[in-house]
Design a protein around this ligand. Structure first.
Ligand code: DX5
Ligand code: ZN
Length: 229
């Protein structure tokens, strides 16, 4: 099943509740929340208080993507604030097995993320623990970047490994997902599609319609999934 996870990074934060509700009306079924610390990535975003506020405006799962150096310290706080899914970067976890179990111990789904330069092979020993694997299709840090096509083979690879090893993780993609790229990622095996600019627009008043944008993306994604079958 294909799911759309709008990234609030590109939303108008002064109208966050309204924008999240609009994306939800357009068919979004997960809300993607980008947490950045200014160390692991060259940008700063939000912390647990915003997750707590979001929790009050939507019943959809909150997918917290931690782009921070010390995720273990913050996992309990995001879980308490209302996160349902928490993902951590392979590149910062010295004890990835332990960190994924820590997420699960807080009753959240546990995800592991790989940057464009990180191979799928680095996840071999945790694929049976992860509930989902997030393939970054841009270098993390900013919304509105150009999709990197060379990351597609990692979605295919994850899909093949899942069948071969009879595992259950889901495959998520994040970065540059838009009408022009959505069919490629779906055909490569991505099932949870994160999209920021393509849902919330880029400050362009003509594109400021999250409901319509979400509907359009989901329609294109569903059509690509039908062709794939
Ligand atoms: C980038 C973030 C993404 C970002 C995606 O570091 O992880 O979630 O919001 O934005 P778009 O869809 O605009 O590339
Ligand atoms: Zn993200």
């Amino acid at each position: 099943m294909i799911e759309l996870a709008p990234s609030i990074l590109s939303a108008d934060f002064a109208r966050l509740g309204e924008q999240v509700r609009a994306a939800c009306e357009g068919g979004a079924s997960v809300i993607h929340v980008d947490i950045m610390d200014g160390h692991f990535v060259p940008n700063l975003t939000i912390g647990p208080p915003v997750v707590k506020s979001l929790r009050k405006v939507t019943d959809l799962p909150l997918d917290c993507h931690l782009m921070i150096d010390n995720p273990d310290e913050f996992i309990p706080r995001f879980a308490d604030a209302g996160a349902d899914w928490i993902s951590v970067h392979q590149e910062v976890c010295r004890h990835l097995n332990r960190t994924l179990h820590l997420i699960k111990s807080h009753n959240c789904l546990a995800g592991v993320v790989i940057n464009p330069a990180t191979p799928v092979e680095t996840l071999a020993e945790v694929l049976d623990i992860a509930d989902y694997v997030l393939v970054m299709s841009v270098n993390p840090g900013f919304g509105g970047q150009k999709f990197i096509p060379s990351t597609l083979h990692k979605m295919r690879q994850l899909s093949e490994i899942r069948s071969q090893r009879r595992l259950n993780y889901r495959i998520e993609v994040d970065g540059g997902v838009a009408l022009e790229t959505v069919s490629d990622v779906v055909r490569a095996g991505a099932e949870i599609l994160v999209a920021g600019h393509a849902v919330f627009g880029s400050g362009d008043p003509n594109k400021d319609d999250p409901r319509k944008n979400a509907e359009g993306l989901l329609k294109a994604a569903t059509e690509a999934a039908l062709v794939k079958v």
